[in-house]
Design a protein. Structure first.
Length: 321
């Protein structure tokens, strides 16, 4: 069931188009990663989804409610953590969460229990009476996350939740997000691929204001791997190896490389339809009394996929809108 539906979303600032005709659905009970270089339009999309920014065109439905036409009802289903946590530094953690609970309309009789639950979930109970300004950035992120979860919204939206954290804090935040994913639908954005691939069930890649891919990590790899490249070193002549390869289906091309081993031929074999021919090639070479000295299957990494889809290195982009 789609809990978030984004249809033909467009946002323009004068002559500049920040988002161009973006459409996607978010299914209930999964963790979605919104990935893109700096300046791609991730924050713009999230700000529109949460009602903080109006779209030039398009529609966003949260649990069936239009975020612009029914903002109060739609926002009841959303918990949002912006890139800069909306915390008040001169409040203690418990004071801030009490304030957030009041704003969210949580019944007074339930507030103490609900606040205790989110503090335990986000692991801030031990600092509940400390001033927020005296907390580390990692703890401030957790406090911001606690307010997003407060009220048990259906969808948790996190904009760059690991930005500026140290490696240990990043690991802790990943664990928190995975815990949230067992109870809520989670959408998080990042320009760092490893953060997204570590926690997300589904990845959406945005570049230049356009959605260029939407799939699981495995699905993205499969979609871009229109062919496999098999690197093989065989103790044979090129003519002998080619005669064997001619009997194997799905071989698209064979490129001979300079061999690093005497009396051997080294080739790159390209295949179609995701066909892994290693087993078949091994059998046929054995039948022809030819010896395999080595084989290595070259596959697209997620980093290569990201760069291929976005078309630029991260450093070439401006700051996100």
């Amino acid at each position: 069931m789609a809990i978030v539906e984004v249809s033909h979303l467009t946002k323009k600032y004068g002559k500049h188009t920040a988002l161009e005709d973006i459409s996607f659905c978010v299914e209930e009970g999964q963790i979605y990663g919104f990935l893109g270089p700096n300046g791609a339009g991730k924050s713009t999309t999230m700000n529109i989804m949460t009602g903080y920014l109006a779209a030039t065109d398009g529609e966003v439905l949260i649990s069936g409610h239009d975020i612009m036409r029914e903002p109060e009802e739609a926002k009841r289903h959303i918990g949002y953590l912006p890139e800069v946590p909306p915390v008040y530094p001169d409040m203690t953690v418990s004071e801030y969460l009490k304030f957030a609970a009041e704003l969210k309309g949580i019944p007074k009789a339930d507030r103490k229990q609900k606040i205790a639950e989110v503090m335990e979930l986000t692991r801030v109970s031990e600092v509940s009476e400390r001033l927020i300004k005296n907390l580390s950035k990692g703890y401030r992120q957790r406090v911001g996350l606690a307010q997003a979860v407060l009220g048990e919204p259906d969808v948790i939206i996190l904009d760059e939740p690991m930005n500026g954290l140290d490696p240990r804090q990043i690991i802790e935040m990943r664990d928190l997000i995975k815990d949230l994913g067992r109870r809520h639908t989670v959408i998080l954005s990042s320009h760092i691929l490893s953060e997204i691939s570590a926690v997300c069930d589904h990845i959406m890649i945005i570049s230049g204001g356009k959605l260029v891919a939407s799939d699981s990590a495995e699905g993205l790899q499969g979609r871009l791997q229109s062919s496999f490249v098999l690197e093989a070193v065989v103790k044979a002549s090129m003519e002998q190896l080619q005669s064997v390869l001619n009997t194997i289906e799905n071989v698209v091309s064979v490129e001979q490389k300079q061999s690093r081993m005497p009396d051997c031929v080294e080739v790159w074999i390209r295949t179609k339809n995701h066909k892994d021919i290693r087993e078949e090639l091994s059998v046929k070479l054995y039948e022809n009394k030819l010896t395999i000295m080595g084989m290595n299957l070259q596959e697209h990494s997620l980093e290569e996929i990201f760069l291929e889809l976005t078309g630029k290195e991260e450093g070439e982009h401006e700051s996100d809108l």
